[in-house]
Structures are given as structure tokens and as C-alpha cells.
Ligand binder design. Structure first.
Ligand code: GLA
Length: 327
């Protein structure tokens, strides 16, 4: 049987219409552990941009603990969602999250923090997008070393505040990357002081770092590293709290979202010297788009995508953000 041109066109139109209807029916959850943190707000913003562009619905959910995560997943199931992207409040929830997703017939992928199994190994079956933690940590360390040299400080007398959060592997890798470069560059390992934070926010980092600076009143020059901008800002606030001048402090964070930008916009310099800007656009837009593609077109996302970062200071952060397409 020969198809007329009209019949083929009508068929194509019907397929297009079907495609559009399918997009409208797609509902994706985007669950984050710390909804008040600017990084996660930016991720949501870019995920919403993907939803708008492709025509699906994106449900933003903040879940600060395991119970909220469970409730969020059940809720998405009840709402008829088909999948979700999650940055979990605790990577040890891994097996529970995978089981809950399966019970609700939801596809799952992770962003930022990778799920761990009961043996403490990453759950490799769940597609993940995170930052290249060690490399980005090394960029932090190099930025600090370069600035120490520029300021002509005696490396042997500088102290380092290492704000740590060891239950999160990406946090361990980030700070280890930073301190490894410090040590390789001649920074005395004995002068790197651990400041374990109870939570990953500025207040917890301030508390942890205050203990360190108070314990070493003889040290005049400080550098600070941590998981993210909030951690390093906490350390910088701790140095201010004991009256150390901004010129004696070099803190370099990771993130480059509003917390860092607000600091750069202050009329006078603070000890927050720079940040390695990472891309909430990639983490938000791309993960949401990849989930959509998985649901609508059966294309499963890559199992592991690691994104990069770029050092920026007060002087050039606007340009770096622009180059990354995240202004
Ligand atoms: C972790 C941190 C966030 C942010 C992301 C980036 O989740 O807690 O502040 O740095 O990683 O991947």
C-alpha cells in the first residue's frame, strides 16, 4: 500500500502531538539536603529552566533528614512522578533510598553527594553527577599557596584551619586535595589543624574553627579550607572573632554561589580571598534533563559525571561566572 504525502504528514503530526503530551505527563522531583543554601537554590533554578524548556513538571523538595527523604519519595510516588534527582542529607541512606525509589516505581539519580552502600562503597548502579573533588581541592590549595607567596609570608609560621566533615566522602576528598598541595609546597603538616564541623553550614564551621584559633593564639597568619564556601566563611568569621586582620587571612572556598558573591561585594576585603566556582547549571539543568530523557526516551544517564571548577577572586569572579554561563 502506498502512503500519500498527506497521510505521512498526518502521522508525523500525531507523533509530535504524542511527544508533547508525554512531556506534560512527566513529573520529576528534585530533592536537596539544605534548601536554604544558595548552591541548592541555584540547582533548583537551573533544573526549573530544563523543565520549562522541555515541558515537564519539576517538584522542588527540601529534605534535611532521613525521615523527610522517605516521606518525599512516597509523596512523589503518590503524585504520579516517574523519577527524582537527589542530594541526600546522609550518604549512608543509600540502600534505603534505592529501595524506596523501587517501591514507588521511580527512577533515581544523585547529584553532589554520592550514595554509599552498607559496606561504605559508592552505589555504582545509581547514575551520579558530582564535582571532581580531589582536583578541585587541589585548585583551592594551589590558590592559597600562590597567595601566601605573593604576600611574602613565612610558610613555616602559617596555620591552616581545615574545616572537615568526614562522614561525607566528597568533603574528605576536597579538603585532602587542598592540604596535599599545601604540604607539597612546604607547608608544615603540624600546622594544619582539624576543625570538624557538626553540620555543613557556616555556623557549625564558625564554632569548629573558633576552637582552633583560640587554641593557637601565637599564630598570626591563617589560611582556611573546607567542603564549600559556607565552611570557609565560618573559618574566616572565626578569625575575625578573635581580632585577626583580614590581611592576615587567606580563605578559599568551593561553590561560588551567593554566599561567596555577597562576601566579594563587601566594601572592604575580608579574609575570604577566593572560591573555586563550580557549576550549578550543569548540576541542576543537566541532571534534570538527563532524568527527563531517561523517563521520556528510555535513555539512561551516564553512571558517573564529574564536573570541574575554576578559581575566582573578588577581582574576577564576575567574569568567571559569566564564562560558565551562571550569572
Ligand atoms: C556538597 C556540598 C554543597 C556543594 C555540593 C557541590 O553537597 O554540601 O555545599 O558544595 O557538594 O557538589
Amino acid at each position: 500500500m502506498a502512503f500519500t504525502k498527506q497521510a505521512i504528514l498526518a502521522g508525523a503530526a500525531m507523533l509530535l502531538a504524542l511527544g508533547a503530551a508525554a512531556a506534560q505527563d512527566v513529573k520529576i522531583g528534585f530533592i536537596v539536603k539544605q534548601p536554604e543554601e544558595p548552591w541548592f537554590q541555584d540547582e533548583w533554578k537551573f533544573a526549573q529552566a530544563a523543565a520549562k524548556e522541555k515541558g515537564f513538571t519539576l517538584v522542588e523538595i527540601g529534605a534535611e533528614d532521613g525521615e523527610k527523604v522517605q516521606a518525599a519519595i512516597d509523596n512523589l510516588g503518590a503524585q504520579g512522578a516517574q523519577g527524582f534527582v537527589i542530594c541526600t542529607p546522609d550518604v549512608k541512606l543509600g540502600p534505603g533510598i534505592v529501595a524506596k525509589a523501587a517501591a514507588n516505581d521511580l527512577k533515581v539519580m544523585t547529584v553532589d553527594d554520592r550514595l554509599m552502600d552498607n559496606a561504605g562503597q559508592p552505589i555504582e548502579t545509581v547514575p551520579h553527577m558530582g564535582i571532581s573533588a580531589t582536583k578541585i581541592g587541589e585548585t583551592v590549595g594551589q590558590g592559597i599557596v600562590d597567595e601566601i607567596k605573593k604576600r611574602g609570608w613565612d610558610m613555616a609560621k602559617v596555620g591552616a584551619i581545615k574545616v572537615s566533615y568526614d562522614q561525607l566522602p566528597t568533603a574528605v576528598d576536597r579538603v585532602a586535595g587542598a592540604t596535599s598541595v599545601l604540604e607539597k609546597s612546604g607547608f608544615p603538616a603540624a600546622n594544619i589543624f582539624n576543625a570538624p564541623q557538626a553540620k555543613t553550614d557556616t555556623e557549625a564551621a564558625l564554632n569548629a574553627a573558633t576552637t582552633v584559633v583560640n587554641a593557637h593564639p601565637d599564630i598570626q597568619h591563617w589560611v582556611a579550607v573546607g567542603l564549600n564556601d559556607e565552611a570557609v566563611l565560618g573559618a574566616v568569621r572565626a578569625t575575625e572573632g578573635v581580632g585577626i586582620p583580614a590581611a592576615n587571612v587567606i580563605g578559599v572556598g568551593i561553590g561560588g554561589a551567593e554566599s561567596a558573591i555577597n562576601e566579594f561585594k563587601k566594601p572592604t576585603d575580608t579574609g575570604f580571598f577566593g572560591t573555586v566556582i563550580i557549576s550549578p547549571k550543569r548540576h541542576g539543568y543537566e541532571t534534570a534533563s538527563n532524568m527527563y530523557d531517561w523517563i521520556a526516551n528510555g535513555r539512561e544517564p551516564d553512571k558517573l559525571i564529574l564536573t570541574s571548577g575554576e578559581l575566582a577572586t573578588r577581582a574576577d569572579y564576575a567574569k568567571v561566572r559569566k564564562d560558565l554561563g551562571i550569572e
